[in-house]
Write a protein of this length. Structure first.
Length: 79
């Protein structure tokens, strides 16, 4: 009931959020405007992450940063 459930909950919420952002990006018609700016992505992700029980700022910052980098095509699948 400790760290394992916290991590799973955080992962589920962040994956759901990232999928919604991908859908938003796909809806943009201009290919040059397909990338969501990092500050905007973090601004939208952090409040959602912080609603998770036992979430803390460093964990949310890391998770949101990695997720937003993935959306911009800069991230890696291997952490």
């Amino acid at each position: 009931m400790g760290l394992g459930h916290k991590s799973i909950g955080l992962l589920v919420i962040l994956v759901s959020y990232m999928m919604s952002l991908v859908v938003m990006v796909e809806a943009i018609p201009d290919p040059d405007v397909r990338k969501i700016p990092m500050p905007y992505c973090l601004k939208k992700c952090m409040p959602i992450c912080m609603k998770i029980r036992y979430a803390d700022v460093p964990s949310c910052n890391k998770g949101c940063t990695l997720g937003c980098e993935q959306l911009q095509g800069k991230g890696s699948l291997v952490v």
